[in-house]
Design a protein around this ligand. Structure first.
Ligand code: SAM
Length: 373
């Protein structure tokens, strides 16, 4: 074992990583090659996604690869013969990913040590993974330009405080969008990030189709299909809008502009999960977090065709002064009454529905009182 390194296993892939690797939370730059154990769920999702979406012979780039964890897992576990490439501008990272490739008998995986933006300016890929420290805004434009027609750009963002609305000014500078604090701020943040990618793509007459976008732990993750065509780009732009949240009535309303305090946007108001795709994805037993993946797939399937934004059981309880029943029971009750309703991955106490806030509160009162008696 090279000194200062330890071996960890994720899925069926072995990785040498620095001894002092991050075991949980967002992780910080330590000066060593970065590896965060907590992100193994996200890498499992990349493997499940890759098994369904990647194709033989494609050019697949893990653009900010660090130890190579994500790209090597995809090369090793997706079962696809393709040109896998790992890149990191840090030479120590490039040396470590080479060792990790050999450790897994993946000598054919190419290792590059370039600035990602320079690499993207020169070459084209079918899949580009952008997993930076903090915000991905520096790389989104170049990744979209370098992506082949109908290819995928997969983005991680860990700059959650600006996107949640805690640092709204930073969000405005970075994403050209206002974030706002609300019970559903995690979803607003994700939709601001997608909206930003949609606008970046539109500049180049390209459209973004969200395939699987989610929030978990301390990060956002988007898998976006990039499609050529000015009219498709225009159609994607039509899914952008602003959202006003009224804490008094709990109302969530799509509005024309961001003039009113409490409005977030521009943000993406279209679908964020392809139901057809998540139906095909499988949480197989060889994944590192297969039970968690299976639960996530169930919820993603449920919420895929629900309207944007969710309600929290706690805000309904506060507003009605009635203790919250179990959210899954309430979802069932709403469905029995003919409404559309589902759980949401954004929050275990969140529910999505096509009812207005007023209609929802009326049903909540009825149900909570019935449960009490
Ligand atoms: C958060 S880490 C990537 C983690 C990795 N994807 C994983 O799953 O473990 C970000 C990496 O991006 C690299 N990096 C930052 N800016 C870069 C740039 N402009 N070009 C290439 N690599 C860069 C850093 O050296 C660092 O290793």
């Amino acid at each position: 074992m090279p000194s200062g390194l330890v071996k960890v296993t994720e899925g069926t892939t072995d990785l040498l990583v620095p001894e002092s690797y991050c075991r949980g939370g967002p992780g910080t730059r330590t000066g060593e090659v970065f590896y965060n154990k907590q992100m193994e769920f996200g890498r499992d999702v990349s493997v499940m996604f890759g098994r369904e979406v990647l194709q033989e012979g494609q050019r697949i780039l893990d653009g900010l690869a660090a130890s190579g964890a994500r790209g090597l897992r995809m090369a090793n576990e997706c079962g696809i013969r393709a040109d896998f490439m790992l890149n990191d501008r840090d030479l120590r990272a490039a040396v470590l990913m080479k060792q990790n490739a050999e450790l897994n008998s993946l000598g054919h995986v190419a290792v590059l040590c370039r600035d990602l933006r320079a690499l993207l300016a020169e070459e084209q890929f079918d899949y580009i993974d952008v997993d930076p420290f903090g915000t991905p805004v520096d790389f989104i434009d170049s990744a979209i330009m370098s992506c082949r027609n109908r290819g995928v750009v997969a983005i991680t963002a860990t700059d959650t405080a600006p996107l949640y609305g805690t640092y709204a000014k930073t969000c405005l500078r970075r994403y050209g969008a206002l974030s706002s604090r609300s019970p559903f701020a995690h979803e607003t943040g994700l939709r601001i990030l997608i909206g930003f990618a949609v606008r970046e793509a539109a500049k180049h007459d390209r459209a973004v189709e969200p395939l699987l976008c989610y929030h978990t732990d301390h990060y956002f993750r988007c898998h976006l299909r990039i499609v050529n065509g000015a009219s498709r780009a225009d159609a994607a732009l039509r899914h952008l809008g602003f959202l006003f949240y009224d804490a008094k009535t709990l109302g969530r309303k799509v509005v024309e502009s961001r003039d009113k305090k409490g409005t977030a946007g521009p943000l993406w108001l279209g679908p964020i999960i392809s139901k057809e795709l998540v139906r095909r994805m499988r949480a197989t037993g060889d994944l590192a977090t297969s039970a968690r993946c299976s639960r996530a797939l169930e919820v993603w399937k449920e919420e895929a065709d629900m309207p944007p934004m969710f309600f929290l059981m706690d805000e309904l309880a506060r507003r009605t002064k009635l203790a919250p029943p179990r959210s899954d029971e309430f979802v069932e009750y709403l469905r029995e009454g003919g409404a559309k309703a589902s759980r949401t991955h954004f929050d275990p106490k969140g529910i999505k529905t096509d009812l207005t806030a007023a209609q929802l509160m009326q049903r909540y009162r009825r149900f909570a009182k019935r449960k009490r008696s």
